[in-house]
Design a protein. Structure first.
Length: 486
């Protein structure tokens, strides 16, 4: 039974209050470890350690040396690749084939990419005329924002955590990470690598626990925090935003989505089906950028739906270390109840179940896991709850459309605005529709293709702010102007 402790000031420590909770395998429902739950005392210790590191070796470290350490950190993750892979898959249940190609390598790469970016981004300068003719020079300087609270999600635990920790450390900040209580392992394991490569104590800290009256609330309401970055559901983001107001902290939120795919009759059918399969069912549908609303131009609707159905029915549900597995379980029995509740609600709202719609029978130990079938519906009204609400499971609704204007209107008929996918071989249409769809990222003839130099974030209920490239620097640094009278 693995014991997971907090990582504070370079050491693994238990909770003074003695409180722990179970780490449960989503694939089997069996307990695989115990995790210490942080109280206010552990959060205070982590904030103090992070604050001290800002004025210690980390704060005085030359940029080139800091960047070199982040490169070593990425190499350190890759050197222990199999350990991170197993820890991630045991916590999430996701297939090793997915985590091996996405979660672990991209999680490690975040440190190198942002290290290289920070050292190559200039600031601005201006000459100002003055009445005496001598002038004045204005130039900008960036300084670290300070102590950053990172509240990271359970669906891509290492990848989405390092997506925030990477640029935060590259900019010279210190961090306190509160990973999801469902997936504590890789965030904690990273503490060992931090020590191995020589990251100073207090730069990277981890506290475990829940949200209200636990580590999440204690961290996000702490007066010693200078900024909060969060990925997760919109309701939790709203609660964190309220907590941040008391001490006027900056926030960066990537929240929920109800993302559309627009499939036009001139698409490459094979590419569109394969891409929509991934966007609807990858990671058991637990991807914030995933597709839950699919709009297909009427002349190809029947063929597209038939192909999508065949693809869903050929998916193999199984254990993370089975090389034939293409889909794992949901993250927890609680989330399974939520998703199955929406499966029932879709039928009650008048949906036609094209495939799936229930809980599969799984063999042996897997019978106790949080499994659901990949599911496709048609026939729902545009105002149905299953069309309006983010379900966050392996499901999508497919609906026909007749014109480009109708497709755009359907795509934008949502409170969210995170992502969208457009499938067309008409370049003019691709650019036109992409410009008119309200989403922070729009893919054309692809999905989940990310250039980390580009802005990432959502519109509407999908978030606040942008990260990626120089936009990460804008959040993780304070920009000051220096005016020198000549």
């Amino acid at each position: 039974m693995k014991e997971t402790k907090h990582f504070i000031n370079g050491e693994f420590v238990g909770s003074a209050n003695g409180r722990t909770f179970a780490n449960t395998s989503p694939a089997t429902g069996q307990q695989i470890g115990i995790v210490h739950e942080a109280g206010r005392e552990e959060v205070d210790q982590a904030v103090s350690a992070a604050r001290a590191a800002l004025t210690g070796d980390w704060g005085r470290m030359p940029v080139a040396e800091r960047m070199a350490l982040l490169h070593k950190l990425a190499d350190g993750i890759n050197a222990r690749f199999d350990e991170f892979l197993e820890a991630e898959c045991l916590d999430t249940g996701k297939p090793a084939s997915l985590a091996r190609h996405v979660d672990i390598p991209r999680g490690a790469a975040n440190f190198k990419i942002f290290a290289d970016l920070v050292k190559n981004v200039p600031t601005e300068s201006f000459m100002l005329d003055t009445p005496d003719g001598a002038g004045a020079l204005n130039y900008a300087l960036r300084k670290p924002k300070g102590v950053i609270a990172v509240v990271s999600p359970w669906n891509l635990p290492l990848l989405l955590m390092t997506w925030k920790v990477g640029p935060a450390l590259a900019c010279g900040n210190t961090v306190i990470v509160k990973p999801s209580e469902e997936t504590p392992s890789t965030t904690t394991l990273l503490g060992e690598v931090m020590n191995d490569v020589g990251i100073p104590k207090g730069v990277y800290n981890v506290v475990h626990g829940f949200g209200p009256d636990s580590a999440g609330e204690f961290l996000t309401s702490h007066k010693g925090i200078d900024g909060i970055t969060f990925t997760g559901e919109t309701r939790t983001g709203a609660a964190i935003l309220k907590a941040s107001a008391d001490h006027i902290r900056h926030v960066s939120f990537e929240l929920g989505g109800k993302n559309p795919a627009l499939v036009f009759a001139d698409c490459d059918m094979e590419k569109a089906v394969e891409g929509t399969m991934r966007s609807a069912f990858a990671n058991c549908g637990q991807v914030c950028l995933g597709t839950e609303r699919v709009y297909v131009e009427r002349p190809i609707f029947d063929e597209f739906l038939a192909r999508l159905k065949r693809g869903a029915e050929h998916m193999k549900l199984g254990a993370w270390n089975d090389p034939e597995t293409s889909m794992g379980p949901l993250i927890s029995k609680e989330h399974q109840r939520k998703v199955l509740g929406y499966y029932d609600k879709a039928v009650a709202e008048g949906a036609t179940v094209v495939t799936g719609g229930g809980e599969p029978e799984m063999p042996g130990d897997l019978a106790g896991g949080a499994w659901v079938q990949p599911t496709i519906w048609t026939g729902l009204a545009d105002d149905a709850e299953c069309i309006r609400d983010e379900i966050f499971g392996p499901c999508c609704h497919v609906r026909p459309f007749d014109s480009e204007d109708e497709a755009v209107a359907l795509a934008n008929d949502t409170d969210y605005g995170l992502a969208a996918a457009i499938w067309t071989e008409n370049a003019g249409r691709a650019h036109r529709v992409a410009a008119n769809v309200n989403a922070g990222i729009v893919w054309v003839n692809s999905w989940f293709l990310r250039d980390l130099r580009t802005p990432f974030g959502g519109m509407g209920a999908s978030g606040i702010g942008r990260e990626g490239g120089v936009h990460s620097l804008e959040f993780y640094t304070e920009l000051k102007n220096v005016c020198v009278k000549l």
